[in-house]
Design a protein. Structure first.
Length: 251
């Protein structure tokens, strides 16, 4: 086995341990409070990410062990539910287009009680910053998950000149380094991207702690069980029906 494998494991482990330590010290309590309060008030957790950060939104919304009152906002919605052409999904044009926010909000099931959880490693692309700004304008609380090392080293691409970290009410550092990669190959080529791993861990920590808060209040946390075990579909559908027209689940 290559020596790079244990080195990558060490890189991942050290970052995950730092995230766990931050959580244990209460560093995520404000984010947990915002999400729990929103759900208690009938809100939905609106998760948004573009590029590889879409994986973060998928980790939050619509998976076994995850909270049911969650929605995965996605740029593809402006094609599936809006007027954009499927060709617009090619490349990174939509990700960097601030104007897509108008159509995304117009076709999305968003309620005043909802809270936004936005993930972006760089935190500077047009759609990311645009969604955060629009959510704030509409009175929503925004939690941002980003690499502070990376975002502080690059220039914003949104006309506002702002970064996600400068807009969000709560900022969570995903602990990824500048450029996301953790290892170097000959020729100074980077490999071993880490942000998807650390962000998925953060998503699960938030889900666990919000669910624990709900359980401690005496309520049953509205959690998915695997659709691939007996009774899974029935359980999930019954709870999804409580949020009919508020959440979307697509293939």
């Amino acid at each position: 086995m290559s020596d790079l494998i244990p080195e990558f494991l060490a890189q991942a482990t050290s970052r995950l341990e730092a995230i766990a330590e931050t959580a244990a010290e209460g560093g995520y309590d404000e984010a947990i409070d915002l999400i729990t309060t929103s759900l208690d008030n009938g809100g939905v957790l609106q998760a948004f990410g573009t590029g590889h950060s879409q994986a973060f939104a998928m980790e939050i919304a619509g998976r076994a062990g995850g909270l049911i009152p969650t929605n995965n906002l996605a740029l593809r919605d402006v094609v599936l539910h809006g007027s954009r052409d499927v060709a617009d999904l090619g490349g990174s044009s939509l990700e960097r287009d601030p104007s897509v926010v108008d159509e995304l909000f117009s076709v999305s099931p968003i309620n005043p009680a909802d809270v936004f959880l936005i993930a972006s490693n760089s935190g500077v692309n047009g759609s990311i910053v645009g969604v955060a700004l629009r959510a704030k304008e509409l009175g929503h609380k925004v939690i941002g998950v980003t690499s502070l090392e990376h975002t502080n080293a690059v220039e914003p691409k949104h006309p506002s000149g702002k970064r996600l970290s400068e807009i969000a009410d709560v900022v969570i550092d995903n602990r990824a380094p500048f450029g996301d990669t953790t290892l170097s190959l000959p020729g100074d080529v980077g490999v071993g991207a880490i942000s998807s791993i650390t962000s998925a861990f953060i998503a699960q920590l938030l889900t666990i702690e919000v669910s624990r808060r709900i359980a401690e209040s005496g309520a049953v946390p509205p959690l998915y069980i695997s659709a691939n075990i007996p009774g899974g579909d029935e359980h999930n559908l019954a709870l999804e029906n409580l949020y009919r027209d508020r959440i979307r689940r697509t293939a």
